[in-house]
Every structure is written in C-alpha cells, then in structure tokens.
Write a protein that binds this ligand. Structure first.
Ligand code: ATR
Length: 289
C-alpha cells in the first residue's frame, strides 16, 4: 500500500497485542477495497490507557479495537457508548467520528453473524451457552434478543445465574442460568438447537478436552466454538463426526472484525479476504487444522 499525507490509521490497543490477527485481517481488507487506511497494533498498559485514548483522538485515528485488559476501563474515556456495549459493560471497537469517540461491542453481533453466514438461524431457537465470562456475556446479550429460549451454564454456576438474572430484566423469562455439569448438559441438550462454547475448555494446549461429552451431541444440533486455537477444537470435531453443523472460533473473530470494519468505513467488509489473511497468519504462528 502507498502511505501518503492523507493516510488514516486504525489500531488495536491492549496488552499483549503482538499476536493479534486484527492487523493482517484489516490491512488485507483496506488493500482489497483500495482504502487509504493502515492498521497497526499498540501495546498499551493500564497506566497508559487514558493517554492512549486521548492521543488517538488528537492524532485523528479513525478507529480502535480494544482488547484485554481494557475493554471495560476504556469506556470512561469515550464521548458515547452504544447501548449494547453499555449493557455488556465492554467496548471492543471505537469510532472517531470527527473528534467524537463512540464505543461499540461487536463480539455478540459477530457471533450471531457467524451463525447466520453459516446457515444457522436463531429465530425461534433454543440456545445453550457454555461459560459466563466476557465473551459469553457479549454473545448472550445479542442472542437474548433473537432466540426463543436461552440457557447459560457455567462451571461457577453463580456467575451464570447472575448473568441470566440481568438478562431476564431486559428480555423476560426466556433466559435461564445454571451449572455446567453433565446432568444439566444432558437435560438441556435434549431440546437445544444451538450450542455455543464460550469457555476456554479445549483451547491449546488442552486440545483433547471438550466441555461436552461427545455422546450428548446430535446431528440436528448446531455447534459454535469461540476458540480458534486449535482451528478445530475437539468439540467441533466431535460435532462434525455426528453430522452436526459447526462454526469455528475463527468465524466469530472474523465477523467481529468485519462489523468493526463496517463501522469505520461504511463499506461492506470483504470477509473472504479477511479470512484468508487470518488463516495465513495463524499458519505462520503454527496453528493449523
Ligand atoms: P473470556 O473473556 O474469553 O470469556 P473469561 O472471562 O476468563 O474469558 O471466561 C472464561 C470462561 O471459561 C469462564 O466461563 C470460565 O468459567 P468460571 O467462571 O467458572 O471460571 C470458563 N472456564 C475456564 N476454564 C474452565 C474449565 N476447566 N472448565 C469449565 N469452565 C472453564
């Protein structure tokens, strides 16, 4: 790409950020569309967060992605935060709209779009989410708008119950919380249409672990994992082998990025190009199927 006096910058801020896939994904998309934009990664510690955000405004950066550990703390330095990000209590995308910094959360939307782009509709469905951490919360807030029934289960069941309680206030009794146990999984999976793993179980190096015993999976269940290292988790492989529809963690990463891209540029994201760039980068890092 040609950098000129008019080139604008997008960046990811967090600590650590050097292994992020976002720079290659977004730069590939900027190049494909011939946009005069460049995307870089900045390591920003908690102590430096305020200066970094104010600096981004002063320097006229177009957009930021925000990752660990700043997704919550960054909100206090923004001019506006959209209602979903506010409800989740986390911002992963910032638009600099002519000096006004607006915060968004594209994780939940990204997950829902990943399902839809893979032919899985959420309308009228029962979804079971495993986990109650940051990612689970973002997905649950978006899913609760769309599905007929939402069950959130977590190893620390109190966290799932608390999240379900918050969601019930907004979305009514269709949301339920509970424990991540074999008994509960057995019961809930009898009637679930979509299963989402938002725990870290199965992530490298524990690639032989799955949060769900394989005999509980069915061919008419759709399964999404948010883990992308490995690209195919044991849960996804097990689901595939019983003939279930599967969506890998790379898809959620891809679509949260695609939505951020669209917020910054107002152009439809070239998702295939972004996916190829992310896969190439993962292969470089030694992550394969
Ligand atoms: P993220 O931002 O990726 O969601 P997180 O907020 O640390 O990360 O959440 C991690 C999730 O994985 C939590 O739901 C966690 O369960 P607890 O709340 O009980 O800690 C879940 N998790 C991590 N290791 C787990 C394990 N060995 N078995 C079951 N759940 C696990």
């Amino acid at each position: 790409m040609k950098i000129s006096g008019k080139t604008r910058v997008c960046a990811i801020i967090g600590d650590p950020v050097e292994h992020s896939l976002s720079p290659v994904m977004h730069n590939a998309a900027f190049k494909k569309l011939g946009l005069n934009l460049v995307y870089v990664a900045f390591t920003v510690t908690t102590k430096e967060l305020k200066d970094a955000v104010l600096g981004a405004r002063s320097l006229g950066l177009l957009g930021l992605n925000v990752t660990m550990p700043h997704k919550n703390a960054v909100m206090r330095y923004l001019d506006e935060t959209d209602s979903t990000a506010k409800a989740i209590g986390a911002v992963n995308t910032i638009l600099n709209d002519q000096g006004k910094l607006i915060g968004y959360n594209t994780d939940g939307n990204g997950a829902m779009r990943a399902l839809k782009e893979n032919g899985i509709s959420t309308d009228g469905k029962k979804m079971l989410i495993l986990g109650a951490g940051g990612a689970a919360k973002a997905i649950a807030f978006q899913a609760a708008r769309e599905v007929e029934e939402l069950v959130i289960v977590n190893r620390t069941s109190g966290k799932a119950e608390k999240l379900a309680e918050v969601l019930r206030k907004k979305f009514g009794n269709k949301v339920k919380g509970g424990a991540l146990s074999v008994e509960v999984l057995k019961e809930e999976l009898k009637t679930a249409d979509i299963l989402v793993n938002a725990t870290s179980v199965g992530m490298h190096p524990d690639v032989n672990m799955s949060p769900v015993p394989s005999d509980l999976l069915r061919s008419d269940l759709s399964v999404m994992d948010i883990i992308y290292n490995p690209l195919e988790t044991k849960l996804v492989a097990d689901a595939k082998s019983v003939g279930a529809k599967v969506v890998s963690g790379l898809e959620m990463l891809l679509y949260q990025g695609a939505i951020a891209f669209e917020i910054w540029t107002n152009c439809p994201a070239p998702v295939e190009v972004m996916k190829r760039a992310a896969l190439n980068k993962l292969a470089e890092q030694g992550v394969h199927h």
